[in-house]
Design a protein around this ligand. Structure first.
Ligand code: DAK
Length: 258
């Protein structure tokens, strides 16, 4: 898999995508986002992959969209070309679980990219922020919508209006990240977590992801109804029969991901 701005590799049943523009702090140029989208396509298609990790370097997950690339855009450049959007949306539509393993800066589009993943594991040096206000613009890839849902209105307003960065401890307290991990252990721990998920029944994992995502897009009753229907549907899975039989037989289940 030859890419210029990312490295895509597999580790067991995990697809690992490393953002790789070190000189620009992994700033998200159009080509990088296109490659990210292509790598997600490949992992999504592959029967051998059950979970995906997106990471950066120890210094920067991603310092946002590439400012030098977009500084001279006209409205029509951005609008007609649907700037970054098509490939950007690919992260949201991924049906397999995606973990963001964030060390260093996750700013602007970098923070928005992390928030589009299913959950964030943060290194103890992680710094999250939406500093677009300093550039005379605003978060444009979900920041004004996902950040308040994750950490509440007060903190989201303060961060977006002042460009204040949030460290890992505050981010964990506020609910933005699932867990903090020492920086030098981040990738190892993210891969262990992803491998654990990937070992479970893939369709059951996908059903859980889909159901939890409904919690953000529907009222409680609609969400509960969706969950009930998916739960009932899970009885069609061979893996459900295997999982419950294995529990009764006091042995480890062997999932076939079907
Ligand atoms: N773009 C381009 N280059 C960047 C960059 C960025 N976002 N961030 C860092 N760099 C480059 C720097 O220019 C510098 O390059 P050289 O001067 O060495 O050539 C190199 O990376 C190292 O950066 P620094 O010298 O500044 O390093 P420091 O450690 O002093 O500071 C920093 C690190 C991350 C705090 C600082 O570089 C910084 O503040 N960077 C800008 C952060 C920022 O403002 N990010 C928000 C960008 S706006 C959308 C999708 C996405 C977006 C919008 C829409 N759609 C789907 C529609 C996203 C928008 C944004 O993210």
């Amino acid at each position: 898999m030859g890419y210029e701005f990312i490295i895509a590799e597999t580790r067991g049943r995990v697809g690992l995508i490393t953002l790789n523009r070190p000189k620009q702090m992994n700033a998200l140029c159009d080509a990088l986002v296109r490659e990210l989208s292509a790598a997600l396509d490949d992992f999504e298609k592959s029967e051998a992959i059950g979970a995906i990790v997106i990471t950066g370097s120890q210094k920067a997950f991603a310092a946002g969209a590439d400012i030098t690339a977009m500084r001279d855009f006209s409205y029509m450049d951005a609008y007609k070309n649907d700037y970054i959007t098509r490939d950007w949306e690919r992260i949201k539509t991924c049906r397999k679980p995606v973990i963001a393993a964030v060390a260093g800066y996750a700013l602007g589009g970098g923070c928005e990219l992390a928030m589009m993943c299913d959950f964030i594991l943060a290194a103890d040096n992680a710094q999250f922020g939406q500093p677009e206000i300093k550039l005379g613009t605003l978060p444009g890839a979900g920041g004004t919508q996902r950040l308040p849902r994750a950490i509440g209105k007060a903190k989201a307003m303060e961060m977006c209006l002042t460009a204040r960065m949030m460290g890992a401890e505050e981010a964990e307290r506020a609910g933005l990240v699932a867990r903090i991990i020492p920086t030098d252990k981040l990738l190892e721990e993210a891969l262990i977590t992803a491998e654990k998920i990937a070992a479970f029944s893939l369709p059951a994992v996908m059903m859980i992801k889909e159901s939890i995502n409904r919690a953000f897009e529907s009222g409680l009753n609609e969400g509960l109804l969706f969950e009930r229907r998916v739960f009932h549907a899970s009885f069609v899975l061979e893996d459900q029969k295997e999982g419950m039989a294995a529990f009764a037989d006091k042995r480890k289940p062997v999932f076939k991901h079907q």
